[in-house]
Design a protein around this ligand. Sequence first.
Ligand SMILES: [Zn+2]
Length: 112
Amino acid sequence: MICPDCQAEYLDNINECGDCKVSLIDACSLDLPVPEMTWIPLPTFIGSTYADMIIEILNQKEIPHYVKSNWSSSVLSTRGSELIDDVIRVFVPKSYEQQATNIVYAISGEKK
Ligand SMILES: [Zn+2]
């Protein structure tokens, strides 16, 4: 048995990694080649409200993703009353690109 996180090897009668507290997997399943994941940026959109909605849907559909925000815009803001929206960039694996892009367009209301 092997820990998928730290790759530590365990005896077959052990089911959980003592360090990571995750379920061990069968060693032979690791022999399969793991394809390198290619991350694709989705169309950008403005505002964390959209980001929250899109991320919620991605979670519901169990689409892996990570999010990057452009915080530099807030540095340029000198007027406290002015609300500067952040540019949010969401990345998904290439195999989910079309599905996730459709979600972004559906939420932001933009057409292709
Ligand atoms: Zn581990």
